[in-house]
Design a protein around this ligand. Structure first.
Ligand SMILES: Cc1cc2nc3c(=O)[nH]c(=O)nc-3n(C[C@H](O)[C@H](O)[C@H](O)COP(=O)(O)OP(=O)(O)OC[C@H]3O[C@@H](n4cnc5c(N)ncnc54)[C@H](O)[C@@H]3O)c2cc1C
Length: 680
């Protein structure tokens, strides 16, 4: 594995919104910044998120008369005993300024929706709008070479490849099977998505969290920030007197980074780490009772911060943001997680427990619903509930991943995701829920729902509930009796959507991002956003550490006018190239089982290199040949090829007995002539 030392001012670990915001600010102040991202994609969980940010005190809220006192009252009502005045002050002081700065000095733009109710509309100080904002739709071609480096959408969340924008699109998609106008709207979106995907591998219009990350990454490229994917940070380095000096990196950019000002840990949370879940989450004592759609949240933040004195902050209202999910397992065993961030507040859907009883307001926020679900399952080995729908609701809205009419249900039933029965009794028996309990629940719920009321949980009683329902449904956007068979059920599990905080033991970090930096008597710290610093130019060049050949381009990189934007991987193979070609040949060890186990990682690693335009072709030797593989690379230099080969999981796990890399000059044959003009 190559081992090199690179210098910069600031090293940021993680390329989600937290890391990129820190990187953008530092780079805009003239500091040279490296963002190290362990995945092949940029954007983290943020890129698959809804992309809404709760930023009270923003310009829309202020214009509507929202006051600091009301905001504090609201936060106090939610945080209860965990209210920390100093942290709330810092948050409220700095967040509006940070949002203004992002909009003014970077490509980031937000939408300020007319309707974005607080999650707890019944709490004192709550507001129906003026606090939550969302990322503005963006054309991903603005990313140029980086377009396909951005993390794609969460596939369960897309509708045939299109990601409906939270807000305006949702209503249209909800009614596409009921109104010609909505059908036309949705068809147009889908046709555009499919055409762009066929021609350019991914649709251009990016929505929700993906749009936020497109905007951040495009700004980062303009500022010359080096964004290193497939580069996990494995250790933070300190001098003898405890000053952070840099970090050790693995993967494509394996080596050491010396960071003059410090290291920002923005590596997400630990919801994918069973051991940490078992340690910190009372409801998952064995680390086997949890699903998460988050990406890269493997607890590296905890492990990197611990040797520096970092600790997990347990003095919080809840250790994470909970959400119910349904888990779909395909016929070939592939697992897909559908987060129910709208909970189940649509008319005609309810959630019940093993006794057939409702245990929460289904139109409350996913976090509140998740908490209620955990509470209801105390003492059980598995945390789950069932979502029940009658045929009206199933045909109109579907249940999560199981789409509504006219999409056939056969596949969802065959995989065991969706249960269907002619009567309530039969459904209860099929899913193992108490028959009398479920019948009683439906009788009670239906009596209220017919009048637009829910005496048990007050579902559908405020703007937030309605926001999660179907606004066109009368008399209440959240309520409809379940009275028309057949009846349907899907099992709902429990998940996290947001990371847990890790704090320096004695530090003053003010967000879920931890900054470790040099001691006060060494170099000056990276400035936090401030009125004066915000005015800094965004075209400032990095002060040290020139980008490597696989870095992102700095400002002024020529933009291709090609249809798909400037992406080297889209250069058709017959177009001429000035870069050298390399032949790579692997000889494998006899560990076939090991290769089988790690093949998905190996393939995604090589695919990422292909997406970056490095690999033109790759594949194994045919059966009967000595086990191995061959690849053709096109790269600026041999080191770029070595970096990819060294980080290949087949190699890091020891399945490659030997390999060679040979620069190659194609001369004869139609491909050689077309590709390079038959170099001689
Ligand atoms: C489906 C879904 C919808 C959501 N919707 C919303 C919403 O609308 N509003 C909201 O506020 N929140 C939402 N959330 C939660 C929100 O997405 C996260 O809280 C947020 O994105 C976290 O940002 P981050 O930058 O801290 O982490 P991330 O965006 O996850 O970035 C962390 C990055 O660090 C990388 N990393 C980890 N370890 C290392 C290492 N050792 N070296 C290098 N890189 C490393 C990871 O690969 C990852 O890319 C949603 C979550 C989900 C799953």
């Amino acid at each position: 594995m190559s081992s090199k030392t690179v210098k910069c001012d600031l090293l940021v670990i993680g390329s989600g919104a937290a890391g990129m915001a820190a990187a953008l600010k530092a780079a805009s102040e003239g500091h040279s910044v490296i963002v190290a991202e362990k995945s092949q994609w940029l954007g983290g969980t943020t890129a698959i998120s809804g992309g809404w940010a709760w930023v009270p005190g923003n310009k829309q809220g202020v214009a509507q008369g929202d006051t600091r006192q009301e905001i504090e009252t609201y936060i106090r009502a939610l945080a209860k005993d965990c209210y920390k005045a100093e942290m709330v002050d810092t948050f409220l002081d700095e967040v509006p300024e940070a949002i203004d700065w992002l909009e003014r000095d970077t490509d980031v733009e937000f939408v300020y929706p007319e309707m974005a109710p607080d999650y707890q509309m019944d709490a004192p100080g709550a507001k129906p709008s003026g606090r939550a904002i969302s990322g503005k739709v963006v054309d991903a071609r603005t990313l140029g070479e980086n377009r396909l480096r951005l993390r794609p959408y969460l596939d369960t969340y897309t509708v045939f490849g299109y990601m409906p924008e939270v807000g305006p699109d949702i209503a249209q998609f909800l009614h596409a099977n009921q109104s010609w106008k909505s059908f036309a709207y949705v068809s147009k979106k889908l046709l555009k998505t499919w055409a762009e995907t066929v021609l350019c591998r991914r649709s251009f219009d990016r929505t929700n969290g993906n749009s936020l990350m497109v905007r951040m990454v495009s700004s980062a490229a303009k500022l010359g920030i080096r964004m290193w994917t497939e580069t996990p940070v494995t250790k933070i380095l300190q001098s003898e007197n405890g000053v952070v000096t840099g970090a050790v990196l693995g993967g494509v950019h394996a080596g050491t980074v010396e960071a003059r000002l410090g290291v920002v840990i923005a590596a997400g949370g630990y919801s994918s780490d069973p051991a940490l879940r078992a340690e910190y989450w009372g409801h998952d004592p064995h680390g086997d009772n949890h699903f998460t759609p988050t990406v890269g949240h493997d607890g590296d933040n905890v492990r990197l911060a611990a040797p520096l004195g970092g600790h997990v902050d347990t003095d919080v209202h809840e250790p994470a943001a909970w959400a119910p999910v349904t888990v779909f397992t395909g016929l070939r065993g592939q697992q897909r997680i559908f987060p129910h961030l709208r909970a189940f507040g649509l008319p005609g859907l309810i959630a019940v427990n093993r006794k057939g009883e409702r245990f929460a307001n289904e139109s409350s926020s996913y976090h509140d619903f998740g908490m209620a679900m955990i509470q209801d399952n105390v003492g059980q080995n598995e945390t789950f509930g069932y979502i029940i729908a009658d045929s009206k609701a199933m045909n109109k809205y579907g249940i999560g991943y199981a789409k509504p009419w006219p999409i056939p249900q056969g596949y969802f039933k065959k995989t065991g995701f969706l249960h269907k029965a002619g009567t309530v009794e039969e459904l209860a028996l099929e899913i193992g829920v108490d028959v009398a309990g479920l019948k009683k629940t439906l009788a009670e719920f239906n009596a209220g729902a017919a009048k637009g009321e829910d005496p048990k949980f007050n579902r559908g009683s405020n703007w937030f509930h309605h926001f999660k329902g179907d606004m066109e449904h009368q008399p209440n956007p959240n309520l409809e009796p379940l009275d028309k068979g057949p009846y349907y059920a899907a099992r709902s599990r429990w998940a996290t959507s947001a990371p847990t905080r890790v704090w320096p033991s004695t530090g003053t970090a003010r967000s879920s991002t931890t900054t470790t930096s040099r001691s006060p008597d060494s170099s000056p710290p990276v400035p936090r956003p401030s009125a004066s610093s915000a005015a800094a130019t965004r075209a400032t060049a990095p002060t040290s550490g020139p980008p490597s050949s696989s870095d992102t381009p700095s400002a002024g990189t020529p933009r291709s006018s090609r249809r798909c934007g400037a992406n080297p991987s889209r250069r058709p193979f017959w177009k001429r190239s000035d870069m050298p070609f390399f032949l790579v040949r692997y000889t494998y060890t006899g560990d076939t089982a090991g290769r089988d186990e790690h093949r998905p990682e190996h393939k995604s690693h090589l695919q990422a290199a292909a997406d970056r335009g490095l690999i033109l072709g790759s594949g194994p030797f045919a059966a009967g040949e000595e086990p191995g593989a061959a690849m053709i690379y096109e790269a600026a230099g041999k080191q770029d090829v070595v970096d990819v080969v060294d980080a290949d999981p087949f190699r890091t796990h020891g399945f490659v007995a030997s390999y060679d890399i040979t620069e190659w000059i194609p001369m004869i044959g139609p491909w050689a002539v077309a590709a390079v003009g038959g170099r001689s």
